[in-house]
Design a protein around this ligand. Structure first.
Ligand code: PMP
Length: 289
C-alpha cells in the first residue's frame, strides 16, 4: 500500500501530492508546522500540538482556513487511510501560493495545508536504541525559536554535522549555555535534581517537555528551571532529551564525554516509563469514546 498524503482538502497518493513551486513555504520558509506522535493509530497529546499550532499561526498572522476540530478529523482520517499504527504525523501550514515572489503577504491567498505520516517505532523501540550520543554546536538560529517555523536550515546543518560525527542529536548552545536539541528539548540531572532551561523566545516550548514536567511535579521530583552550561552537561549524572517522535531519549555521551556510567540513568528510565504510560492513556481515552 502506498502512503497517502493530505494537500488542501485532498487525500492523495504520496507521489501525486504536490504544491506549487510558488508556495511561500518553499520560497521563504513562510509557514509553521507540528509533528505529533502516533501509537496504536492514536495521536498522542494532539490537542496540545494543535494549540501550539494555533499560537504559531497567530505569531505569523496566518489564519487557519478550517477550525482545529475539523483539522483533527483530517488527521484521524489520514491515519486511517494509511493504516498507520506507530510513528509521526507531520502537518504544516504555509502562507500559500504567491503570484509574484514578493516578500509582503499576498492578498486573497488561501493558506496551504499539507500532512503526511511517517511509520516509525516510538513506543516499541528496542532497548539498544535508547542510548543517544549528543554533540554540541553553536546555536545559529534566529531569535524567535518559540515559533515552530518550517525554516529549519540551522538545524538541518547542525544535525547533519552531528550525524557525520556519529551522534544522534545536536545540543545547540549560546553564550556557553545549552539552548535545546536540534529537534528536541534538553535535560540534565545533577544527583537527583532535574534541570531544564525555562521556555521563552530562546527555545521551543516542547509538548513532550510540558508533559514530562507535569509528571515530575506529580511525582514530587526535584526540578530546577534554569539554563545549564556545556560543562554542567558534561558533568551531569544523567541526561536526556524529549520530543514527540522519541518521547524521552536517554543520552549516554555528550561530545564523547560519557554521562554517568554510560548507560541510561535510573531517573531518566523512570521518566520515560511515566511518559509512556501518559502516552498510552490517549489510546485508552480514544477507545472509550
Ligand atoms: N525543540 C525543537 C527545536 C524541536 O524541533 C522540537 C521537535 N518539534 C522540540 C524542541 C520538541 O518539541 P515536541 O516535544 O513538541 O515534539
Amino acid at each position: 500500500m502506498k502512503d497517502i498524503a493530505y494537500v488542501n482538502g485532498n487525500f492523495l497518493d504520496i507521489n501525486d501530492a504536490k504544491v506549487s513551486v510558488k508556495d511561500r513555504g518553499l520560497l521563504f520558509g513562510d509557514g509553521v508546522y507540528e509533528v505529533a506522535g502516533v501509537i496504536e493509530g492514536v495521536l498522542i497529546d494532539n490537542w496540545a500540538h494543535l494549540r501550539r499550532l494555533e499560537r504559531s499561526l497567530d505569531y505569523i498572522s496566518l489564519e487557519l482556513p478550517i477550525d482545529l476540530k475539523t483539522l483533527s478529523e483530517v488527521q484521524k482520517e489520514l491515519i486511517f487511510r494509511n493504516n498507520m499504527k506507530e510513528g509521526t504525523l507531520y502537518l504544516h501550514v504555509t502562507r500559500g501560493e504567491s503570484q509574484q515572489r514578493e516578500f509582503e503577504f499576498p492578498k486573497d491567498v488561501a493558506p496551504s495545508i499539507v500532512m503526511f505520516v511517517q511509520h516509525k517505532k516510538i513506543l516499541h523501540i528496542s532497548q539498544d536504541k535508547l542510548r543517544a550520543k549528543v554533540m554540541t554546536l553553536p546555536d545559529l538560529r534566529w531569535k524567535r525559536r518559540d515559533i515552530k517555523s518550517i525554516a529549519l536550515l540551522a538545524q538541518v546543518l547542525a544535525k547533519q554535522t552531528a550525524h557525520e560525527n556519529g551522534c544522534d542529536e545536536v545540543w545547540m548552545y549560546e553564550d556557553n549555555f545549552i539552548t535545546e536539541g536540534g529537534s528536541s528539548n534538553a535535560f540534565i540531572i545533577q544527583k537527583n535534581k532535574l534541570i531544564s532551561r525555562k521556555t521563552n523566545e530562546t527555545i521551543l516550548s516542547g509538548i513532550t517537555r510540558q508533559a514530562v514536567l507535569k509528571l515530575v511535579e506529580q511525582e514530587s521530583l526535584l526540578f530546577e528551571e534554569r539554563p545549564f552550561s556545556i560543562e554542567e552537561a558534561y558533568q551531569a549524572s544523567e541526561a536526556f532529551y524529549t520530543s514527540a517522535s522519541v518521547f524521552v531519549m536517554p543520552v549516554i555521551s555528550i561530545d564523547e564525554k560519557i554521562i554517568g556510567d554510560g548507560n541510561p540513568g535510573p531517573l531518566t528510565i523512570k521518566l520515560r516509563n511515566l511518559y509512556e504510560n501518559f502516552a498510552k492513556s490517549f489510546i485508552n481515552q480514544e477507545n472509550n469514546e
